[in-house]
Ligand binder design. Structure first.
Ligand code: NAP
Length: 340
């Protein structure tokens, strides 16, 4: 019997916030496997702000742009149902990069960051954790805080988008390690959540006066800013960061839909005057830290010191709206789509 895959295509380059009309679901026959390939039935797919950057249709040194009329991709977890790979047998659970579809044909070998990784859930470990705290989002938080910002014991940390997939882990890692941590998010509910996972102080940027709110949360300034959003929050962090402070440039989601993305804050000069280090990074630059990261974060998950929240939409048809919901702050924790 012929097998069909349902997948999501980009129909048009979105302007500003994407609309569901910018996407469409298509059904195509699944080709027979070639050498060294696997057929995966996806269980969960990840929704990431960086996908919005890839929808801008611009070549950049970040990630390859999506193509109008082409199927989207991204991290996903699923079960191997056919295999011509010696490394990956049938029934393996794998994380791979052919998301945005229910059934995927994937090359078993390739780029080391994106190639399928066999994952081994234990009795207490669920498949979605490999897209969340033990996945790229988790590595981003862990590496950004510990390797990029080089967190020190007495640092006061500020993190934006603190209720999200990356930010909620930054809050918890800093708190577990005994640092004072301040988080910002986009609603009162999210602020409560950020406090509940260990932030010493939190505020909603939607209440305005970001600089004043941050100053009240950090009367002695901040030493590390983990930047997930850019814009006004970056400017406030630059204003209040102490001499020799460090800024981990993780993402600038506030500007991904802007005509010109990644505008510099007007007060960047203070970085010179205060000797601030601003360091950009991609999680995949820290792939060699995966064993150390996995060990440490698994330990925190297992002993309950780190918890994790998901917003899970059901079914591929809901993926475009779920993506928009994630970008516009209507999800908390890691945004996923469950694929039955
Ligand atoms: N460098 C890397 O390798 C890497 C890897 C993964 C992610 N990232 C970056 O890390 C950041 C967080 O990613 P994530 O996966 O954890 O996403 P997320 O925080 O779970 O979801 C995005 C959140 O951003 C917030 N947001 C949207 N527009 C905003 C605006 N104008 N101002 C302030 N906040 C806004 C929204 O939450 P609110 O309700 O709080 O507004 C939204 O829910 C993104 O910038 C992403 O590109 C970088």
């Amino acid at each position: 019997m012929e097998l069909f895959s349902r997948s999501v295509e980009l129909v048009a380059i979105p302007r500003g916030t994407p609309r569901v009309e910018d996407f469409r679901i298509v059904q195509t026959p699944v080709p027979p496997l070639g050498p060294d390939q696997i057929l995966v039935r996806n269980a969960f797919m990840s929704l990431d702000p960086s996908m919005r950057i890839r929808m801008r249709g611009e070549d950049s040194d970040y990630l390859a742009p999506y193509v109008v009329g082409g199927v989207l991709d991204g991290f996903s977890v699923g079960t191997v149902v056919q295999s011509t790979s010696a490394r990956i047998p049938v029934d393996s659970l794998v994380r791979h990069h052919a998301g945005w579809r229910d059934i995927a044909v994937v090359d078993a070998e390739g780029d080391s960051w994106r190639q399928p990784q066999v994952i081994e859930p234990t009795g207490i470990r669920r498949a979605q954790e490999y897209l969340g705290p033990l996945g790229p989002s988790g590595l981003t938080a862990w590496a950004g805080l510990l390797k990029v910002a080089e967190l020190r014991p007495d640092d006061v940390v500020f993190v934006s988008a603190a209720a999200g997939a990356v930010g909620s882990m930054v809050v918890q890692i800093a708190s577990i390690l005994g640092n004072r941590v301040i988080g910002s998010a986009g609603s009162a509910d999210k602020v409560d959540y950020v406090r509940s996972i260990g932030a010493d102080a939190a505020f909603s940027y939607r209440d305005g006066d970001i600089l004043g709110q941050l100053r009240r949360c950090a009367p002695n300034g901040i030493d590390v800013y983990f930047d997930n959003v850019g814009g006004e929050q970056m400017a406030a962090a630059l204003e209040l960061i102490n001499a020799r402070g460090r800024i981990a440039l993780c993402g600038m989601v506030a500007g991904y839909g802007d005509e010109v993305m990644g505008q510099l804050p007007g007060n960047l000069f203070s970085a010179i005057a205060k000797g601030i280090t601003l360091r950009g990074f991609l999680a995949r630059m820290y792939a060699e830290c995966l064993p150390e990261f996995t060990d440490q974060v698994s330990g925190w998950l297992d002993d309950g010191s780190l918890t994790y929240r998901y917003s899970i939409a059901e079914g591929l048809d809901s993926a475009p709206q779920a993506f928009i919901d994630m970008l516009t702050g209507r999800t908390a924790g890691k945004a996923l789509v469950a694929l039955p």
